[in-house]
Design a binder for this molecule. Structure first.
Ligand code: PMV
Length: 363
């Protein structure tokens, strides 16, 4: 697939006014994307678990108007959220050539998250992927021709992922599940820089229903946004090695996913999280997004693993919160450990129990 494949043929129908609603989850990267080029293209391939409980639910109301450019308003939890509008404006500018109909509509975007807005959990992956699903659903209504590419469900999902990527890179991985690769990788068939694809090879049952409990260490807005962080990779002296390492880590995951070797999984996933943060510390200007409690939690997880032989591990996003990953068979023991030992490091004792899921869908 090339970029040209996402430019639509002339529309044959008119959709007057109605609405479409989709939900889409967040995802947690095991091999991280950090560094981009061109129009939201990743410098290395990444892979993530799609989550199920942390999601955005979005309704796109649309009303046909005369040409003259798109027009929209954004509501979060029923309240107009003008602070989101510059980001959506930029997204609409980027997707215009792939969705030319948007210029003839007035939109009202109503969205809500199942996780607290102020939790420090990035809502851009779930929010942008839910909006992309809505836009593709609307575009489907503009054709009655059964042979049109958009009648094909897998193309619809590819286009939604392609569009979501233009809103937020990691959003490309939220459309599908439970494991999604984004970024062209020579060992992963069908992988592309343009959109996320379901991981195509064998995955051991050890990874079914994998759990992710997200410990909310810091609920404040990050001091350095991911946009700025990605940008700083351009002058990072370790960037080339990092991009190579991420790609080789992804390759190493293939036999790990197949055999269910959780010790190797843990070593690789924790190393990836720390490398992401090492890149931040090696940027110029340098920055640290972890907090003292992030390190307390990592230390407790390491101690717990040593004393119990549990297969729990951690990963991090671009922030201070810790994602605690563990196999479903350890659920009871881990939830006890989190409640008794880790919740004291969380802001107001809060954490979110999530589990791997299957991606976006109609509401
Ligand atoms: O999608 P963005 O631009 O917010 O970047 C997200 C980057 C990380 O969450 C840190 C890693 C990843 O692959 O999701």
């Amino acid at each position: 697939m090339t970029i040209q494949d996402f430019i639509p043929s002339p529309y044959t129908e008119i959709a007057k006014n109605a609405s479409v609603s989709y939900q889409s989850p967040s995802n947690i990267a095991l091999v991280k994307y950090w560094g981009k080029y061109g129009e939201q293209l990743p410098q290395n391939a990444s892979v993530s678990f799609t989550l199920s409980r942390c999601k955005s639910e979005t309704t796109l109301h649309f009303e046909k108007k005369n040409k003259g450019g798109y027009d929209f308003e954004v509501y979060l939890d029923g309240v107009r959220e003008e602070a989101f509008e510059p980001k959506i404006h930029k997204f609409f500018q980027r997707v215009e050539q792939y969705l030319p109909f948007i210029n003839e509509y007035r939109f009202v975007i109503k969205t809500q998250n199942t996780f607290p807005h102020s939790s420090g959990i990035a809502s851009s992956a779930s929010g942008m992927s839910a909006l992309a699903m809505c836009l593709v659903a609307l575009e489907c209504q503009l054709y009655n021709d059964k042979s049109n590419l958009l009648q094909n469900n897998s193309y619809q999902l590819q286009k939604a992922s392609f569009l979501a990527r233009l809103g937020s890179g990691s959003a490309a991985r939220s459309i599908n599940g439970p494991l999604v690769v984004w970024g062209a990788h020579p060992k992963i068939e069908g992988s592309s820089n343009l959109f996320g694809t379901p991981y195509p090879y064998k995955v051991h049952e050890n990874f079914s229903n994998y759990h992710d409990t997200i410990l909310l260490v810091d609920k404040a807005q990050k001091q350095v946004s991911s946009t700025v962080g990605h940008d700083l990779m351009h002058n990072n002296p370790y960037a080339t090695q990092r991009f190579e390492k991420a790609n080789s880590n992804l390759q190493e995951l293939i036999p790990i996913f197949e055999s269910g070797d959780l010790d190797s999984f843990i070593a690789l996933v924790e190393s990836e999280a720390l490398q992401l943060h090492a890149m931040m510390m090696a940027s110029s200007p340098y920055f640290i997004l972890m907090k003292p409690n992030t390190l307390e939690i990592i230390d407790s997880i390491w101690n717990f693993r040593k004393t119990t032989h549990s297969k729990v591990c951690f990963t991090l996003d671009a922030g201070a919160n810790v994602h605690v990953l563990y196999p479903s068979g350890e659920k009871k023991q881990l939830q006890q450990f989190i409640k008794n030992e880790l919740s004291k490091y969380c802001k107001d004792g809060t954490y979110i129990d999530d589990v791997v899921g299957f991606g976006a869908g109609v509401i």
